[in-house]
Every structure is written in C-alpha cells, then in structure tokens.
Design a protein around this ligand. Structure first.
Ligand code: DON
Length: 615
C-alpha cells in the first residue's frame, strides 16, 4: 500500500497537471473490478463444472460434453466439438480449414510422460502454384482484389482433419467413430439457423458469392444460402458433409487427403484455375511446436508460437505490464490511464507483428529477442503515460534479420477441461465468413480463403487492415501468419500447477487483444469467466492508427467532482484517435473457480450466441 502510494505520488509529480495525476490517485465511478481489489469472495450465481466445454455454438459444446461423459478426456472433447463446429458453424471453421490446438496434459491413466503442453499447428499451407508475387502479377487476378478471398486461388491446403486426428491418436482416448458421431448426427439431422448465421450471411465476403452468376459459387448458394431464401429458424441439414465425415470416421485422415475427397478438392480447385496436386494434398502433415511460455503474476502462461502472431503479442504485452506493474495496478479497470497503457503496449507489439513475423519454418524470426524480458522492459519504458508517440516509432529496437528471399469472419475458438486437470484451447478458421465460398462437390464442405493471410499485395493491408512484411509473402508449403491465439494459464510457475485459465477467440487481429483482455479480466481482476467474455473491449493493431473501443467504456466517466470526465476524453487528451463500435472478437474462456475446489467456470461470448456445456 505504501509502495503503491509512493508510486502514485511519483506519477503525479511527473505529470503535474495531466490526467494521470488525478485519475490514478482518485477512486472512480468505474466498475467494481480493480487490480488492487480483485474479488476473492465466491461470485454468486456463476455456475461451476468439474468438466466443461465452452464453444461458440451450444451443439458443439454438448458434443464435447458427450465425450467427457463417456470417460473421454479434454482432447476427445475438443476434437468432437471441433468436428461438430464444421457443421453448425460452417462459416467459421471446418474440415476445409485449419487451426491451432494448445493441449495441456496433466494427468490421465492411459497417457504417460505428463505433465506436458503441446502446441499443435494444423494451419493450412500454400499450394505449389503460390509464387510470392502471384496475386500482384497474374494477368487474370492482378486486378481482382477479391482473388485472395473468394474462389479457387484463395484456398490453401486444409489442415483441420490431419490436425484433429493427430491430436486424437496421440493424446485422446476414445475411438475416431465415437468422437465423430455427434458431428455426423448434426449434419444428418440438421441444426437451426441462428442470428449469428444470418449475420455471417450478410457479411461482405458473401456478397460476391450471393450475386455472381455462373457455377463457381452455385453449390455454396444452394447449400448455405438455400438459394437466397435462408432465414433464422430454418433447419439446415448437410447430408453431403455427413458423407465426408463418415468416410473420415471410417478411414481416418487418408480419406480426406487421398481418395475420393482429395480428388474432389483437386477437381473443384482445378476448375477455378488453381492446380493443386494429389501429391501435395497427401503430403500435408500437422506440426508439433513448443509453446511460448512466460510468467505473469506468478503464473505460467502457454502462448502459441509462430506462425501464430498472437503468442508473441500476448507475451510481449504481459511483459510490458509486468515491467510497469505498480503503475498498472494503480489504474482503475477500464479507466483512460489503463486503456492508454494497453493501447500503447498493443502498438509496440503489433508493430513487431507487422515487421518481423511469418512462418518460422521458412523465415528467421527473432522470437527470443522479441519476447525477452530485456526487450519487453525496453518497450515498456518507452510508453509515455501522458502521450501517444509518432506511429513509426513503435516496435522493438532489435536488428531485423534479412527477410527470406521470395522462394503471408470465420473462425471459432473452443476451450475444454476434464476432471483429470487436462485442458485444450483450440482455435480454428476458414478465414472470412464462409471462407472462399468454394464448396467441395459431393461433400458439401467449404474451403478456406487462408491465402489472404499472406502478404498478397506488398504495401496493401489485408482483409483485416493488417500490414504485413515481405517475410509473409506466399510460397509453396508455407503457412500464412495468423492471429489465432489459443492460450492456457497455470495457477503457478511449475508445470504441475493446476490449470487456471483456458482462453482464445475469433475475429482476426481482434483475437489477440480480446484474448489478452479476457486473460487480464480473469487473472488480474478476478472477473468470473462468463462475465469476462462479455465485457466491453478495446482494440489497437498499430495500423490503422485507431483505437477501437466499445461505447460502454468510452462513455463511462472517471474522476470525481469537477474533474469528472468521460474515458473517451481522457484518451483523446493523450492523443489517442478513437473509433467507437462493437468489439469484433468472440472469446470462449474457462477459469478455475476461486471458491469451489476442482471446479471451473465457463463462458461463451454472448456476441456469437454460444453456450458452454458441462456438469
Ligand atoms: O488466422 C487468422 O489470423 C485469420 N484467418 C483469422 C480470421 C478470423 O478470425 C475471422 N473471424 N472471425
């Protein structure tokens, strides 16, 4: 307390006349959550579970729970939920896409060598036709800005089936048939179109497929738009996808990567002018990566390594908070000093994302330098609590290794825990809503448009406004940089510490800032999982230089008496440029209950209408 007051005096004297001197030292009318006073009492009304799955669709959460009831572990549950999402959130993820799965195995009678944490990377890879300058120079596509988001050239080789079945074989306990049964059932019996589905139908990515005459998107329109007649409340069955799922359940990954399904993928892409060989489909393999780790508030954090950019941004941002811990703890929750600090930290780490990150398999990424304590302390020391900086000045002052010579919605996150203490954070995507809009004939599933996550046109931002480096140019077999950030936090520094938080989300670059904020909500501010995922949020990705903020935060007031003002005014006085609007990310989180030993809280973000299932 004495230390904290000393810090406040220090800040106040350094910034005499500035907002911080008032805001940091006076209580505000903000919400009940303060770093300095995180609630330790049981939170009334928050359900807890001994095992639970939080997906962004209740049918998928229930598919996971069905596996836990059968005695399956968190991996079985996650794989069942994921295959089911392919059916019930077909615009977000699916067997035509890819993903990242963070698996923390603590204890299981059938698995040895535990505890262990694995970052399983089953992101798509660029096909053999993908040259670095393809989208800039191909005569047919160079003038078509949608070439990397709609149609055959938007599609990278899918990884989801290989990844899920690899996870199941190595770390799961139930049979393929058992974990795939709920997905096949959902595809055959159908699911009810909800408001979120209709939101996806109305998205800009779909507009072209909905209107364009000809056959390229005809199957998409028939299956997913019911020829323009789809509406909330309709029962949508997917018999063709059920066929694909049944073949996979019977024959495993080879059913997808060779044989009938592979031939159908090759043929539909070939018809669109993108030549993908059967050999490159058959060669797809997931990668087992070492997670990035950091310590935050005495807890071990497992974050996803490149080709995710999310892990590095999260580790850097947490490092910047730790470097200026006492000041950070003095800020009120969602106050202008706290949001200013986070925004400045995001600008530094997103500037690094833009300059340094790409697929580590083909490009040198200075991961250790970027995430070192020395570097995060340096970045933190450059945050001015009273002012923004010139936009070009953000980012790490470390040498940029030479870029490799040229040779870089729809997403869904689910979190699962079982009663042994194992946990899975899994984020999967087909990129934009309904991916490339290309449906695999006879099998009814959508192919991704992950090619747009590469730097397809140098100097031009991608669909998420992200500017990316030449390191992220396409090349055969290369993975595009991703923002997916499945994250697991343990309650102590050692690998044997129980799981504290399983979190991640969807929404392009918003995934990273959303995941980070929910991590802070749960770990630093003690907010229960179901409330944390619903909290209003902010987002900054360095460029465009705009702080996106939900009105609930911007319009709230801080300070007292004559010094009362809105958070918005506090941020603008520091030079932040604000844009008010809804958060574009959707987070699913599971948090260890602080009050019921061995039990977990779970939250599916109300923004997408999901619901956890557990008991
Ligand atoms: O991997 C990525 O970063 C993007 N393909 C994610 C896209 C996404 O989250 C779209 N959203 N809802």
């Amino acid at each position: 307390m004495v230390l904290r007051s000393a810090f406040l005096v220090l800040i106040a004297s350094a910034l005499t006349g500035c907002a911080e001197s008032r805001t940091a030292s006076t209580p505000t009318s903000q919400g009940p959550y303060r770093a300095a006073a995180a609630p330790t009492n049981p939170v009334k009304g928050e359900p807890t579970y001994r095992h639970v799955v939080a997906a962004d669709h209740e049918i998928a959460s229930k598919a996971g729970l069905e596996m836990l009831r059968k005695g399956g572990n968190a991996v079985d549950a996650a794989v069942a939920a994921s295959f089911t999402l392919s059916v019930v959130r077909p615009y977000s993820c699916g067997i035509g896409g890819g993903g990242f799965m963070m698996i923390h195995l603590k204890r299981h009678p059938k698995i040895t060598g535990l505890p262990r944490t694995i970052a399983l990377d089953y992101r798509e890879v660029a096909p053999s036709w993908a040259r670095a300058d393809f989208f800039e120079t191909d005569p047919k596509l160079k003038d078509d800005p949608a070439a990397s988001t709609n149609g055959a050239h938007a599609v990278a080789i899918p990884g989801t089936v290989a990844g899920l079945l690899d996870a199941l074989e190595k770390f799961g306990t139930l049979s393929r048939e058992a974990v795939m049964a709920p997905a096949i059932r959902a595809a055959e019996e159908g699911f009810v179109v909800d408001a979120d589905y209709m939101r996806a139908v109305a998205s800009s990515n779909v507009a072209r497929g909905a209107k364009e005459a000809g056959s390229q998107f005809a199957e998409f329109r028939t299956i997913y738009l019911l020829n323009g007649r789809v509406k909330e409340g309709d029962l949508l069955k997917q018999p063709a996808q059920a066929r694909a799922l049944k073949l996979i359940a019977r024959d495993g990954a080879k059913a997808f990567y060779s044989g009938e399904i592979a031939s159908a993928i090759r043929s539909v892409l070939g018809a669109g002018g993108a030549n993908v060989t059967l050999a490159e489909l058959a060669a797809y393999r997931p990668r087992e990566l070492l997670p990035l780790t950091t310590s935050f508030q005495g807890k071990k954090v497992f974050a996803f390594p490149p080709p995710s950019s999310g892990g590095i941004v999260i580790v850097q941002t947490l490092g910047m908070i730790e470097a200026r811990r006492e000041e950070f703890d003095s800020f009120d929750y969602d106050s202008s000093p706290q949001i200013h600090f986070l925004t400045e930290a995001f600008k530094h780490s997103f500037a690094d994302r833009s300059r340094f990150l790409a697929d580590p398999a083909v490009t040198d990424i200075p991961v250790l330098n970027l995430t070192s304590q020395a570097n995060t302390r340096d970045l933190a020391s450059r945050i001015d609590l009273s002012r923004t900086q010139p936009i070009e000045s953000y980012g790490s002052n470390i040498p940029r290794a030479a870029a490799h010579p040229p040779t870089d919605s729809g997403t869904s996150h689910l979190s699962a825990v079982d009663s042994w203490g194992n946990a899975v954070a899994c984020t999967e995507t087909i990129n934009l809503q309904f991916g490339s809009l290309v449906v695999v004939p006879g099998f009814g599933f959508l192919l991704n448009d992950q090619m747009d996550d590469f730097t397809t046109r140098r100097g031009t931002p991608n669909a998420f406004g992200l500017r990316q480096d030449d390191r992220n140019l396409p090349a055969p077999g290369k993975q595009p940089l991703s923002s997916m950030s499945p994250t697991i936090v343990l309650s102590g520094e050692t690998d044997t510490s129980p799981v504290e938080l399983v979190v991640g989300g969807s929404g392009g670059p918003w995934i990273i800032t959303g995941t980070l904020q929910v991590l802070l909500d749960c770990v630093t501010y003690g907010i229960p999982a179901s409330k944390a995922v619903a909290q209003p949020r902010i987002h900054h990705q360095w460029m465009p230089n705009t702080l996106r903020i939900e009105p609930e935060i911007a319009d709230s007031t801080e300070g007292s008496g004559k010094q009362t003002r809105t958070v918005r005014a506090g941020l603008e006085s520091r030079g932040q440029e604000l844009k008010l609007g809804k958060s574009e990310c959707v987070i699913q989180a599971i948090r260890r209950s602080p009050s019921s030993p061995g039990r977990f809280e779970a939250g599916s973000d109300p923004r997408k209408g999901g619901k956890p299932a557990g008991e």
